[in-house]
Write a protein that binds this ligand. Structure first.
Ligand code: GLN
Length: 188
């Protein structure tokens, strides 16, 4: 049984915890820096990245989290969580944790395609189609060669991995498909 933390300052953390538990692992809500010790992995959920970034500062978690990730703690950012991981944000906004060599565009789909669902195969993850839920989603506009591209939709990168860091534009926790959670738990 693994101990997977979910940053629980804001956003869709409950859904991740439920899936982790349903897979037989321990899901822990993280609100304090001390709780980052002895985790096998941490998920940064969807929500509002600007608010979450500010709360990371207010709750004094940011520095410890960055150190843990840089020392190899497996981390998975979904949607707003992916924005938190990026070293750079498109449009010159300040980045947050600055740990992953990706450049991310927030609210990249604009108002027309604000939210949508699609089913596609991601070869490195599973041979079966995975449902992908996008909600005011970001995508990756640029990646360093250190980063493995996992999936593109219409030419835009929506999933990537760099060693211990996984980022998805979409929300596997809002579907009943557990493939992505199993993949992440196996990274830890
Ligand atoms: N648009 C949000 C942001 O910029 C992310 C949306 C989400 O996490 N569903 O933070």
């Amino acid at each position: 049984m693994k101990k997977i933390g979910v940053l629980a300052l804001q956003g869709a953390f409950n859904e991740h915890i439920e899936i982790i538990k349903s897979l037989g692992h321990e899901g822990i809500e993280i609100r304090k820096a001390e709780q980052l010790n002895n985790l096998d992995g941490i998920i940064l959920p969807g929500g509002e990245s600007t608010a979450m970034g500010k709360l990371l500062d207010d709750f004094q978690i940011k520095e410890t989290l960055v150190n843990k990730i840089n020392n190899g703690l497996p981390v998975w950012g979904t949607c707003a969580g992916m924005i938190l991981l990026a070293k750079e944000l498109d449009g010159g906004e300040n980045a947050h944790l600055k740990v992953m060599d990706i450049k991310v565009k927030r609210n990249a789909y604009g108002s027309q395609l604000d939210s949508f669902v699609t089913n596609e195969v991601i070869e490195d993850i599973s041979e079966n189609e995975i449902p992908m839920v996008f909600i005011r989603a970001p995508y990756i506009v640029d990646i360093d060669e250190k980063v493995d591209l996992l999936h593109k939709i219409d030419g835009n990168i929506v999933a990537a991995r760099q060693g211990n860091m996984l980022a998805t534009s979409f929300h596997p926790e809002l579907t009943n498909d557990t493939t992505f959670h199993e993949y992440f738990i196996n990274m830890s």
